[in-house]
Design a protein. Structure first.
Length: 236
């Protein structure tokens, strides 16, 4: 694809973890903003993303990915090898309850860290090269990953996993310091999802437009940014 073609074509986003809530909302918002979207789901069960794809006029395609399986990540990269992405955004996280860290079983610790920190970075490392040199790579982080803002404790394992994700993105940014890609750690705010709970301040519909706007405003800036859905800097 030559420069003229790229300048007139729609931007293309790959959203890893787009079957529901924030990921699904971001896919819908980017479609509204005239992006083409590739979204991933786990397994073969029909999801809201499939319904969105059916209504998209071919602008949304659905791929299957179990993000914790390195072979599936490599296979997705191979299937998309002919595409150039303007945005790779990894939206994935789990929590297993609010336990003091000393009470967390080893298998639970491993599961959360693999899902929330290691696997997103595997996606970034393996699929990131498909992103255009001036494109954006983002991962869904949280203000709970901020060490500076942790004044009340709680959610020890989830917080630690998001802090680990932030640190690993910092490592990635250092390795890619000569590149022009923009790297984003995105805090969507406290959102009413299965993860955020029913008492959270924001609905998905209130959070996602700000997430998309922040992504678009940081396009072409380069370097690593830890920001929230309002575009404000989150302290490390």
């Amino acid at each position: 694809m030559n420069d003229t073609t790229r300048s007139t074509a729609r931007s293309t986003a790959l959203i890893v973890g787009a079957s529901r809530t924030l990921g699904l909302g971001l896919a819908a918002e980017l479609l509204r903003r005239d992006w083409d979207v590739i979204g991933t789901v786990r397994g073969t069960r029909r999801t809201g993303l499939h319904d969105l794809a059916d209504a998209s006029g071919g602008r949304l395609t659905v791929e299957t990915l179990e993000m914790t399986d390195p072979q599936q990540i490599a296979a997705l990269r191979d299937r998309l090898a002919s595409r150039t992405l303007d945005l790779l955004f990894v939206n994935a996280a789990i929590t297993r309850g609010d336990l003091p860290i000393g009470e967390v079983p080893t298998d639970m610790f491993t599961e959360v860290m693999v899902t929330n920190a290691l696997s997103p970075m595997r996606v970034v490392d393996v699929i990131g090269p498909l992103v255009a040199p001036d494109g954006t790579i983002g991962v869904m982080s949280s203000d709970q990953g901020s060490i500076a803002q942790n004044t009340h404790g709680g959610q020890d394992l989830y917080r630690a996993s998001k802090s680990a994700l932030n640190q690993l993105m910092r490592c990635h940014a250092a390795r890619e310091a000569d590149g022009a890609r923009t790297l984003l750690l995105m805090d969507p705010g406290w959102v009413r999802t299965e993860l955020g709970g029913p008492e959270a301040e924001l609905s998905v519909e209130e959070s996602v437009p700000g997430v998309a706007e922040t992504i678009e405003r940081h396009r072409g800036k380069g370097e690593l940014h830890f920001v929230d859905h309002l575009g404000q800097v989150v302290p490390w």
